[in-house]
Design a protein around this ligand. Structure first.
Ligand SMILES: Cc1cc2nc3c(=O)[nH]c(=O)nc-3n(C[C@H](O)[C@H](O)[C@H](O)COP(=O)(O)OP(=O)(O)OC[C@H]3O[C@@H](n4cnc5c(N)ncnc54)[C@H](O)[C@@H]3O)c2cc1C
Length: 462
């Protein structure tokens, strides 16, 4: 990935070497395209990122793609943990929905197709897609889930970034310009001219056929390309960290929507260090990621608590399900704060520019789909470009390929994006009527196998 031999003109320039930017390079380089990734972070930060607290629930489709690239096996055992089941509750012993992978096999009733937009109010343009998806029309490939297998796999984001980086490093067609930020760009009929600024403020200019914006949910490149995005600030932040606990988690995740805050507990591999030698009062190796979501002001107050006080604050919310909890293990127990903002770009392409990952669709993390969708966007873009190749010639900026990418990825993302926001609205509204409605929703879903099947299919395969 040595940038010194970088040509002044390349096929694809990707702004952002986060997980989606790297995935996009991995998807495009095998088409014979010369790809350059640009990111303000240093080579060291990109190649060996520090833990950021995020444990990503990856779907079966994501796992299959990473296996195809030979990267899945390279994730260290300590950084991935299978998720066997999930329980969703309104806190305490109240209504709970229990989900496991075998429930995806329930057959859904055949229903007639819905009319396309036209008669629908402007505010609900996504409704037919949502219904089509629910009826199974929108998923051409059946989910590859087998009964009694896992719901998904939890993978540490920093470990995932490491293997994606290593995958890119092994591809001769991929170069990285670390320490560089994309500052501006101009398009013409033949390509895009991109202006970069290096670590000491030095300017650099590159030409590319296609510019891919993988620079995150507040994407500057999206704005430069004149692509609008709806931003929704939830006014809430997520605190993430690892904790040890007394009882084993049995690979079950818990999501509890309490009054004023939510708690998700994600089962991880046992801690690698043996703790403090099994002395009295010290907890064993059982380890989970704790994700607490609360109004941002409250979250900042909890961030300021000493680690032991924070653990003591959270422990009662679990109603003893995991026994006593303690901060740890080691450096990975550090708390990280993420303000929650969702973004939706109604159009993902314009002349010679495509949005991928969070720059295209920035999800609330409650349904755990952000990176999964980012990876699908990378794969979809590459597949649509490959489909238009003629006589061995691949044009990465082919307008029909970009339009097809735009249609397909918006279609994939719509259902999960709007569904997630509806869940957030219902489950974070603390008015008595909403609280009753969510208890009733969980109660009903628990008793209706087809509804469970729909939820599980979304969880495992989007
Ligand atoms: C608490 C939490 C839990 C989550 N859980 C899950 C989960 O369970 N499952 C899941 O799938 N997803 C999950 N996600 C979402 C996932 O973390 C994101 O979707 C993913 O990190 C997005 O990757 P990205 O590469 O698109 O963007 P980013 O990670 O934001 O990367 C953007 C990159 O662009 C670079 N950049 C910025 N500006 C420029 C510029 N001008 N020029 C060049 N480069 C630039 C940045 O340095 C950065 O490297 C979670 C997120 C949070 C916050």
């Amino acid at each position: 990935m040595n940038p010194n031999d970088l040509a002044a003109s390349v096929d694809v320039l990707i702004a952002g070497a986060g997980p989606t930017g790297l995935s996009t390079a991995l998807a495009l380089a095998p088409l014979g395209l010369r790809v350059v990734l640009v990111d303000p972070q240093s080579t060291e930060q990109l190649a060996d990122p520090s833990p950021d607290g995020r444990e990503l629930a990856l779907t079966h489709r994501t796992e299959a793609l990473l296996r195809q690239w030979g990267l899945w096996e390279r994730l260290p055992a300590q950084a991935r943990a299978p998720l066997q089941a999930a329980s969703v509750s309104t806190g305490g012993a109240q209504a709970a929905l229990r989900l496991d992978a075998s429930q995806a096999r329930v057959g859904l009733p055949p229903l007639p197709a819905l009319p396309r937009p036209g008669w629908l109010p402007q505010a609900l343009p996504w409704l037919p897609d949502l219904a089509a998806h629910a009826l199974g029309e929108a998923s051409p490939a059946p989910s590859p889930i087998a009964a009694d297998t896992h719901l998904g796999t939890l993978v540490s984001q920093h470990a995932l970034r490491r293997v994606l980086w290593a995958g890119c490093a092994a591809l001769p067609g991929v170069r990285v310009l670390a320490g560089h930020r994309l500052e501006s760009m101009q398009r013409d009929d033949d390509g895009v001219t991109v202006h970069l600024v290096g670590p000491q403020g030095q300017a650099r200019v590159l030409r590319a056929s296609l510019l891919v914006a993988a620079d995150g949910r507040l994407s500057a490149v999206r704005r430069m390309a004149g692509l609008v995005a709806d931003l929704h600030d939830f006014g809430r932040s997520a605190i993430v960290c690892r904790m040890r606990h007394e009882q084993p988690h049995r690979q079950v995740a818990h999501e509890a929507f309490h009054h004023g805050h939510t708690l998700a507990v994600l089962p991880l591999a046992d801690a690698s260090d043996p703790g403090e030698g099994g002395q009295a009062g010290v907890l064993p190796r059982h380890c989970s990621s704790f994700v607490v979501t609360a109004p941002s002001e409250q979250a900042r107050r909890w961030m300021a608590l000493p680690a032991a006080d924070y653990a003591a604050t959270v422990e009662p919310w679990l109603d003893g399900q995991l026994g006593r909890i303690q901060p740890g293990p080691g450096e990975e127990s550090r708390r990280h704060l993420y303000p929650l903002v969702a973004t939706w770009a109604p159009r993902l392409v314009s002349q010679r520019v495509a949005l991928v990952g969070d720059a295209a669709v920035g999800m609330h993390p409650v349904t755990a789909h952000g990176f999964n969708l980012g990876l699908y966007s990378a794969e979809t873009l590459a597949r649509q470009i490959a489909r238009r190749a003629r006589g061995g010639q691949v044009d990465p900026a082919d307008a029909r390929a970009l339009d097809a990418y735009d249609r397909e990825h918006r279609h994939t993302a719509r259902w999960i994006f709007h569904g997630t926001n509806a869940v957030v609205r219902l489950f974070t509204d603390d008015r008595p009527a909403a609280r009753l409605a969510r208890q009733a929703t969980l109660h009903l879903a628990e008793r209706l196998p087809p509804v469970k099947a729909l939820i599980v299919r979304q969880l495992v395969d989007a």
